[in-house]
Design a protein around this ligand. Sequence first.
Ligand code: HPA
Length: 253
Amino acid sequence: MATTEKPQFLAIIGGSGLNHLTILEGAHRRFVRTPYGEPSCPMTLGCICDQPMVFLARHGHGHTIQPDHINYRANIYALRELGVTGIVAVGSVGSIHPMLSPGDLVVPDQLIDYTWGRASTFYGSEPGVSMHIDFTNPFSSALRSQLLGVADLLGFNVRDGGVYACTQGPRLETAAEIRRLAGDGADVVGMTGMPEAVLARELGIPYAQLNVVANYAAGIGESANGIEFSALGPVLEEAMCKVRRIIETLVGC
Ligand code: HPA
């Protein structure tokens, strides 16, 4: 039976370790203006196996924008202007859960927001307009299932579910802060998931995250006396290769 479903037009937001997608065919950049200012960089449009998609480097092309200075509203608004039907946000995280190690991949199903002072809504600038959107389940279950299904197909071990804690940054956390996050039920910690996720929800765009564990969070395991990223290069490179394969397969091939 012929399906009337519209094909997906996915956006990938890349974070640390994923600043561009070499697999994009016919890639070209488009600058999108928004009422909220400038996105992190021009959008890269292109195709994977003839399926159009958009890539946005969250920290800018040269990775120059810190998590607390990213214009999340402009980024999400610009993706909506391009007409994307879903967003997969890739981000590196520190591991809090004892079963998660550097190089592991996670598709979280919940989040806790510890950020402050970020422009985190499209509503509220006009007096008298207030909006309380539902955010019980912050990530799109359909997109999460697609990500997990593709990972399974490729034979990659990706953790299904987990609580993502979003901290303000740009500094890393103290050991006591991580103990507090663990007590709150957090499994991984990153700095960019919010307000990205809620802004996508406000505009009705399905949004899911694919997290790459970059390190043990402060005070945990090998990070008991400090966080050392330098030894993790090959582990992260291998994880990012898997992320690229997942994206490739999810979008088109
Ligand atoms: N904390 C916060 N954000 C991060 C970390 C971390 O340990 N690792 C990668 N992103």
